[in-house]
Design a protein around this ligand. Structure first.
Ligand code: FRU
Length: 491
């Protein structure tokens, strides 16, 4: 049964949606094939699951403002990840143990029911925090009954202890939680359960002086331990890494460690941390395995940096979106991320231009290769000069320099107006697969070897795409993309 306070909060959120819906939808930067908040602020993807043949995507949501606040769990569902249903709020921060936010968490199915695990965030008047790992259960995937805290803060950690991800291994349930040790080092802690209600601490598995990681961030958020192509991977979002070479230039990072999980001793031997995305706006990803066995990742296409308050969409009462879904594959110890097959269902008519040649330092536009919401595949036949690049709507520029073995993305910083760059090493460029939406760009390189994700805010009428370079030959394919369709109520 929903409490009065919960019903009241959901009603207030609904009022907010009604009030601003029209203004939100008028925004030329509103995306067309990405999940966004109906109004207000969205951050992490939560509770990703396929349950009774339906995919559920929950998300951190502040309906009342475009800043971070007491988070709700918003909810979309879909059979194919492109036709969506707007579901009502799954969790509202109504109870004492979550009064300052139903923070991030995950979903599992057990005995036909859907279980959500999330962090109840409590801020006391003196500024101290409390954290509770909570559970809510549903018979239909839509209506949830809160069961309250199932896990209190164990000894040895600060109250920065959150984002439970739950999974089953053999006959036991496991939960991994992002944490901070008392000496303020980021780590990930594992708990074990037989019944999902009673959890026993099993130990830390990484970070904070383990496996040689002694100075690796002051807090780890959103840990996710998965089994993929015969190995175990810990995905995690550490906070507090200093920029180093091409790495860690965003304020917070998201990446993975490949290793081997020993469940008997609760130990995880692992290799180095690798960033998941090389762009500007990617954080707090979560994965799930669907019925077909694919491991699918969604990320938050945003980050809490100092540009956040400058997003132009805030004038229209909304901010941030999720990334497109990516299928994960581990090849020779490296994670590859590919746009999910289902996105092909958005394609309209195809335009293919073969054997496009760039000779001496040319900069060209190609008839029909332009637009705001489209998919582009560039297959390279040769890159013999010292540069190749694409300028997207005069606002973001991707440049590859073979001699430096480097690829980089430049965009305009919305706070300062200056240019900023993210880059990574790349020894060969064979293929680019780009998803442009009205104010976002996701670039998959060499079938997912590297990915650059960014929001960008071009002149909303600008549709130009320019190719530049030196002794390059390529085949280019373009599809305009249909927008997602939505049914159901507003929240
Ligand atoms: C990551 C995060 C999580 C937390 C949530 C709150 O972006 O800070 O650690 O649960 O967002 O919205």
């Amino acid at each position: 049964m929903m409490t009065e306070r919960e019903a009241h909060l959901i009603h207030k959120a609904y009022e907010e949606v009604k009030k601003y819906e029209e203004q939100v939808e008028k925004d030329p930067y509103r995306l067309t094939f990405h999940l966004m908040p109906p109004v207000g602020l969205l951050n992490d993807p939560n509770g990703l699951i396929q349950y009774n043949d339906v995919y559920h995507v929950f998300f951190q949501w502040n309906p009342f403002d475009t800043t971070h606040g007491s988070k709700f769990w918003g909810h979309y569902s879909s059979k194919d990840l492109i036709h969506w249903k707007k579901e009502s709020v799954a969790l509202a921060p109504s109870e004492w143990y979550e009064k300052n936010g139903c923070y991030s968490g995950s979903a599992v199915e057990w005995a036909g029911k859907l279980y959500l695990f999330y962090t109840g965030n409590v801020k006391k008047e003196n500024g101290d925090r409390e954290t509770y790992q909570c559970m809510a259960i549903s018979d239909d995937g839509i209506h949830f009954e809160k069961k309250g805290p199932v896990l209190e803060l164990p000894e040895g950690y600060t109250a920065h202890f959150r984002d439970p991800k739950v999974w089953k291994h053999d006959d036991d349930w496991y939960m991994i939680v992002g944490a901070q040790t008392l000496d303020e080092k980021g780590t990930a802690v594992i708990f074990q359960s037989k019944d999902l209600y009673h959890w026993k601490e099993a130990g830390r598995i990484a970070g904070a002086d383990m496996n040689g990681l002694n100075d690796f961030g002051y807090m780890w958020e959103c840990p996710d331990l998965i089994h993929l192509n015969g190995q175990d991977l810990l995905l995690v979002s550490p906070q507090g890494l200093e920029p180093s070479g091409h790495f860690y230039h965003n304020v917070f990072q998201s990446g993975y460690f490949v290793g081997k999980m020993d469940y008997d001793h609760v130990q995880f031997q692992h290799g180095p941390f690798v960033e998941l995305d090389r762009g500007f706006d990617f954080y707090a990803p979560q994965t799930f395995k669907d019925a077909s066995g694919r491991t699918i990742l969604y990320g938050w296409m945003g980050i809490t940096d100092d540009m956040e308050p400058y997003h132009p969409t805030i004038n229209h009462h909304w901010v941030h979106a999720l990334t497109i879904p990516r299928e994960l594959e581990l090849r020779k110890g490296k994670l590859y991320q590919k746009p999910l097959e289902e996105l092909k269902g958005l394609r309209k008519e195809r335009l293919k231009v073969n054997h496009v040649n760039l000779t001496e330092n040319q900069n060209i536009e190609i008839q029909g290769i332009k637009g705001k919401a489209l998919e582009l595949i560039v297959d390279f036949l040769k890159i013999e000069g010292n540069k190749f690049g694409i300028s997207f709507r005069n606002e973001a520029v991707l440049t590859y320099e073979p001699e430096r073995e480097e690829i980089r993305l430049q965009r305009r910083n919305i706070k300062t107006g200056g240019h900023e760059i993210r880059r990574c090493k790349l020894s060969d460029l064979d293929k680019l697969h780009v998803f442009m939406d009205r104010s976002s760009i996701e670039i998959f390189i060499n079938d997912g070897e590297e990915v650059f994700t960014a929001r960008y805010f071009p002149d909303s009428e600008n549709e130009t795409i320019q190719f530049f370079g030196d002794h390059v030959e390529m085949n280019i394919t373009k599809w305009e993309l249909k927008p997602f369709t939505y049914t159901g109520q507003s929240i």
